[in-house]
Design a protein around this ligand. Structure first.
Ligand SMILES: [Cu+2]
Length: 150
């Protein structure tokens, strides 16, 4: 009887761990936040095709929604992510990772000074909800290409 109980606890443990909020939740478990119709992210500056010097001042534009810090649940808001030389992750339901190509602006910043190496770079904005998950449908800017000199 005692052995059986221990076995049951051992079996139940991984399940309990998967449901604990502190553990990394499977991507599919996070609910996606709806974006309102007409919501749009766009890069105010630099302009597509611009030649600029590093660090590059990037200004984030957002229509139809508001900016809120990460962790704050408030309807029709999100925070900006800057995609540098990369596509948006294939799984739109997963939290965006923080990498040197995916910058999070979780304090609600609407501009950034981004150091970039000389050469061509692509920039794209992707809004994320309080959990860093893109909205449904995703609020993503068109991608611009800039040339950094010096
Ligand atoms: Cu984020």
């Amino acid at each position: 009887m005692r052995t059986l109980l221990i076995a049951a606890l051992i079996l139940a443990a991984p399940l309990a761990a998967a449901q604990a909020p502190a553990s990394p939740a499977p991507a599919a478990a996070l609910p996606r936040t709806a974006s309102p119709p007409g919501a749009e992210a766009y890069i105010i500056s630099p302009r597509d095709g611009a030649t600029v010097t590093s660090p590059v001042r990037v200004q984030f534009g957002l229509k139809g929604m508001g900016v809120a810090p990460a962790g704050v649940k408030f309807e029709n808001t999100g925070h900006h992510h800057l995609l540098i030389d990369t596509d948006a992750p294939a799984d739109p339901g997963a939290p965006l990772p923080a990498t040197d190509k995916i910058l999070h602006f979780g304090k609600g910043q609407t501009e950034a000074s981004v150091p970039l190496s000389p050469g061509k770079h692509t920039l794209q904005l992707l809004l994320g909800d309080q959990n860093h998950v893109p909205h449904n449908p995703p609020v993503i800017s068109s991608r611009i290409t800039i040339t950094v000199t010096g």
